[in-house]
Design a protein. Structure first.
Ligand SMILES: [Zn+2]
Ligand SMILES: [Zn+2]
Length: 304
């Protein structure tokens, strides 16, 4: 990788206009994710069963993205940069129950009851789940709540992706780098180093909710903004295109994925498939910045 492709802090203003500040999610986002989950599961990943489950979920999300009436709403107070769920909660709740019913048919009977219990739950319970996921963490309670959280996250992803695709062209220009998604306010799941094209060598953080990517220079911590004490860590034998970027200043980490090494990568799927890296970081005392709404491996770093 050429050093000249890596923007330093302060160089962004100069470069702005020459690079894409964000990438809007592709219409086949969920199909690509489904394909990648199946590919990773076949490689004998420790989360293979869960990756197969997520693949089925992604296939349903793709159908819902075409048909769903659930569309996120922009926060009036902050303009189009932050979405709120409350106006569309009834539609989201309907979508979650539909996902649960469909997926329950594909699960072993021992697990089927987890989703089968969904209709008995009330909307306030669902609202708590949504609030927790939008705050960047899974609900704390055990049992059916944790089991069904991926369905709630999946419904939010459909609504958020749909809204971003509808309104991205009308968003006002952004004038600052951001630790959260500039299009929907979601947290990043990982960063991707682009392999080709005008953005070659640049880092784009990828939103765990709407699937957009946004540019953040590589030479600073995406969580605290510090540029001192960044280092990288991998786990031997794990997917080598995924590294943890550690910040000694704020003791957080975020995964960085190299497209040049793995053109097929999909940030959310490849994040799930590298759980061992999260376990290693937790052992070493680092907190994760950003989140994967479909799976939360441990304590997260608080917003700065
Ligand atoms: Zn987003
Ligand atoms: Zn930091």
């Amino acid at each position: 990788m050429s050093r000249s492709n890596i923007l330093q802090p302060g160089e962004l203003e100069e470069a702005r206009g020459a690079i894409a500040e964000w990438h809007v999610p592709a219409v086949d986002l969920f199909l690509r994710r489904e394909k990648r989950c199946r590919q990773l599961a076949r490689q004998g990943n420790m989360l293979a069963a869960y990756l197969h489950f997520v693949a089925r979920l992604c296939a349903l999300q793709h159908e819902e993205l075409q048909d769903s009436i659930a569309v996120a709403r922009c926060d009036e107070a902050t303009g189009q940069r932050s979405f709120v769920a409350s106006p569309v909660l009834p539609q989201l709740w309907t979508l979650v129950r539909r996902l649960g019913t469909t997926l329950a048919d594909t699960l072993p009977s021992a697990q089927r009851h987890l989703f089968g219990a969904l209709p008995e739950r009330a909307e306030p319970w669902f609202t708590e789940q949504v609030d927790a996921l939008l705050a960047g963490h899974l609900p704390a309670a055990a049992g059916v709540v944790v089991a069904t959280a991926p369905l709630t996250a999946a419904a939010l992803q459909v609504a958020w992706t749909r809204q971003v695709r509808l309104c991205a062209q009308t968003l006002p220009p952004r004038h600052e780098e951001s630790a959260v998604c500039p299009l929907c306010g979601g947290q990043p799941v990982a960063g991707v180093i682009v392999a080709a094209g005008p953005s070659k060598g640049l880092r784009y953080l990828h939103c765990g909710l709407c699937g957009s990517g946004w540019h953040v220079v590589r030479s600073k911590c995406s969580h605290c903004g510090g540029s001192q004490g960044l280092s990288y860590c991998t786990v031997q034998g794990l997917l080598e295109h995924v590294r943890a970027e550690l910040c000694l200043t704020c003791r957080s980490y975020i995964k960085v994925m190299y497209q040049e090494q793995e053109p097929e990568l999909e940030p959310l799927a490849d994040d799930l498939a590298t759980l061992a890296l999260d376990l290693r970081m937790a052992e070493d005392g680092y907190l994760r910045s950003g989140t994967n709404p479909l799976f939360s491996p441990g304590p997260a770093s608080s917003p700065v």
